[in-house]
Design a binder for this molecule. Structure first.
Ligand SMILES: [Mg+2]
Length: 231
């Protein structure tokens, strides 16, 4: 049986117009408060940590001893999340028809991810949500694209890498999965190279990630064919 590992933001829904700008604003405000920086300095440091570590949180833990749980709670305040996340019936139907296990794997916190999954109307078609809180081992946070984390996740799910497909908008995350033998699908329709949260172009690496689909709504059709290992 195939196991689909589905990224959340910019894969199952479009976080670009409302959600990411707000998270970025809240992270910057958090850093202004906690690190006593100007807004400009905080914003630059946030972008730097995102690029260097793949997650702002890792830089804040490593260099400033920030409490990760408090950071995740305070930077994802969405009383109106259900209004910002658009339900797409094509996505609901596609996930229902996608053969195999379907697991959301996201570098976002669980309280936020579970609300997005509910707001998208796909809760019933998802077996589990693996959030950033469950990507820490022996006191070390290892979000995507950490290969040790992915290996541990596959062991926990009792699946072989060759039976898994990671579906993602992030080329970096796909490259990490590809390295340990997980098949990969790049979702191109929402986030484009150069417009990701880090703001830097990653187009050069996209050739390595194999199958591309514009939207997860197109997956079942592609799933009927074999998902090829990238060459
Ligand atoms: Mg994403």
């Amino acid at each position: 049986m195939r196991t689909w590992l589905l990224d959340l933001d910019n894969t199952l829904h479009d976080a670009m117009p409302e959600v990411f700008p707000r998270i970025n604003r809240e992270m910057t405000a958090f850093m202004v408060r906690e690190l006593d920086l100007s807004e400009e300095e905080a914003s630059a440091l946030r972008a730097h940590y995102w690029q260097r570590y793949g997650a702002t949180l890792l830089g804040l833990i490593r260099h400033h001893g920030i409490d990760p749980h408090r950071f995740l709670r305070e930077t994802h305040p969405f009383p109106d999340l259900e209004q910002l996340v658009r339900r797409d019936l094509r996505l609901v139907h596609a996930l229902r028809r996608l053969p195999g296990r379907r697991i959301v794997v996201t570098n976002a916190p669980l309280h936020y991810a579970s609300r997005v999954v509910r707001a998208l109307g796909i809760w019933a078609h998802i077996e589990a949500i693996v959030s950033i809180e469950s990507m820490s081992f022996a006191g070390r946070w290892q979000p995507k694209p950490s290969r040790p984390m992915l290996r541990r996740l596959l062991a926990r799910l009792r699946v072989r890498a060759a039976d898994c497909v990671l579906v993602e908008d992030s080329v970096e995350n796909l490259a990490g999965a590809c390295w340990i033998g997980v098949k990969t699908v790049l979702v191109t329709g929402i986030s484009h190279p150069g417009t990701q949260r880090g703001g830097h172009t990653r187009a050069g690496r996209s050739k390595r990630v194999g199958v591309q689909v514009q939207s997860v709504a197109h997956l079942p059709r592609r799933a009927l064919r074999s998902v090829h290992r990238p060459t």
